[in-house]
Design a protein around this ligand. Structure first.
Ligand code: NIG
Ligand code: ZN
Length: 419
């Protein structure tokens, strides 16, 4: 693969981990270079520095004074589904509250879809996300809810990771107690921790649970998470979306990489997450992938979901002020957040959650990488995966200053231009 020099950059957000202030949850000045350039060699960043000192390369791209950021790391999505829930959304806008039960509607439609159709739908959804600057994406099973259907979704996600479309896969068999187990939630948990986990675990790196009223109790969630950990999977939790479900305490107690939603939070919940911030990550078996079972529990906020469900916005400002690690993700799914637009999430985090642009960009890049326990993405230091976006703007603040405008000029993933 040829090397490429990208030059004439007004702001280059390297977010270099080596230049990070451990007490800082936004980018520091040293992590944003002015009048900069960088070189991509193969799949990696090979050089960054002042444009005046740029080395030669096989090809040259003139950014014409635009800003360059790492590609977004979207650490929470549910892309493997079929069916439509727009009527449910419309009813919600007319005053109906969100409830977990809608998951069954998508589950019925997803079970009936062919393998080819599901694969095509997921590929289209990833492409739509990439067009808006997302270059690393996690997705979950959870609309199958039988051994066979959950395995089918996991195998599909694994294949798309091997083909270089997706990056991370999560088992979410504990998304909802499906209709056929309506009177036997414990029986369904037995299935999840037994044959379902055994069938799915070889194909995924993570397990998640929807710990919430109408889904799984803290005790059931704990069973699922402990069994998943026994199988070698890293842990994630959906928690405190509808109420103070206990998911935060569980995630912290079990060392989950992330607890997501976090809308209904007490000061103790916030402190508990902040208390994990100093836990060091550890190298994993593969370059760029850290050990799944070591590190802080990241609070992942989902601004688009909060708007789409008219939930109180997650307290991202208070979490950062307390010292917790925060990630921003899309939660793209048909029920609560049918968008993968990370620029929209970043703009909302600035405009509504009161983050600075540096905090929001960091949360949507390095924050997502930490939530996925990865060191290769979410920054543009030398050696990082060449995942980046050129904005149609001279500065990142335009993402919030001009919300909803088409500000993605070009996107590279693994050193290859994808948009
Ligand atoms: N909360 C649980 N799961 C999804 C929504 C699933 C659905 O309603 O289909 C979420 O993250 O919001
Ligand atoms: Zn979700």
């Amino acid at each position: 693969m040829a090397s490429t020099l990208i030059t004439n950059i007004s702001e280059l957000w390297t977010l270099d981990p080596a230049l990070e202030d451990p007490d800082e949850r936004g980018a520091t000045g040293a992590q944003v270079l002015r009048d900069a350039a960088f070189v991509i060699d193969g799949e990696r960043i090979a050089w960054t520095g002042p444009a005046a000192e740029a080395p030669e390369a096989d090809e040259r791209v003139d950014a014409e004074g635009r800003a360059v950021l790492p590609g977004w790391v979207d650490s929470h999505s549910h892309l493997i589904f079929d069916g439509d829930r727009s009527a449910e959304f419309e009813a919600r806008m007319a005053g109906q509250a969100y409830a977990a039960g809608g998951i069954q509607v998508t589950t019925d439609a997803t079970r009936s879809a062919s393998d080819e159709r599901l694969a095509a739908l997921v590929a289209q959804r990833v492409q739509a996300a990439q067009a808006l600057g997302t270059t690393c994406m996690e997705t979950k099973t959870g609309y199958g809810l039988t051994v066979e259907d959950e395995k089918r979704a996991a195998v599909l996600a694994e294949r798309l990771i091997e083909e270089g479309v997706l990056d991370e896969a999560t088992f979410l068999g504990a998304h909802l107690v499906p209709a056929e187990f309506a009177d036997d939630a414990e029986g369904y948990v037995d299935l999840v921790v037994g044959p379902m986990l055994a069938a799915v675990a070889p194909h995924v790196r993570w397990a998640d649970v929807f710990c919430e009223e109408g889904a799984f109790t803290p005790a059931q969630s704990e069973r699922v998470l402990r069994a998943a950990r026994e199988s070698g999977l890293g842990l994630r939790v959906h928690g405190h979306q509808i109420g103070r479900s206990g998911g935060v305490a569980l995630a912290v107690q079990l060392g989950a990489a992330s607890v997501d939603h976090v809308n209904f939070m007490s000061p103790d919940d916030i402190e508990a997450l902040a208390g994990t911030a100093g836990i060091a990550t550890a190298p994993g078996e593969q370059d760029g992938l850290l050990a799944v079972d070591r590190g802080p529990t990241v609070a992942t906020v989902l601004p688009a979901c909060d708007l789409s469900t008219r939930a109180p916005l997650a307290p991202a400002r208070a979490l950062l002020d307390a010292g917790a690690h925060v990630a921003i993700a899309s939660n793209c799914n048909p029920g609560t957040s049918f968008t993968s637009a990370m620029p929209f999430c970043v703009a909302t985090a600035v405009l509504q959650m009161r983050l600075s642009i540096a905090e929001a960009v960091r949360a949507a890049t390095r924050g997502g990488a930490l939530a996925l326990r990865r060191s290769d993405v979410g920054h543009l230091a030398v050696g990082a995966r060449a995942d980046l976006q050129i904005l149609e703007a001279p500065a990142a603040i335009h993402l919030a200053y001009r919300p909803g405008m088409p500000l993605t000029h070009a996107v590279w993933r693994k050193g290859r231009r994808v948009a």
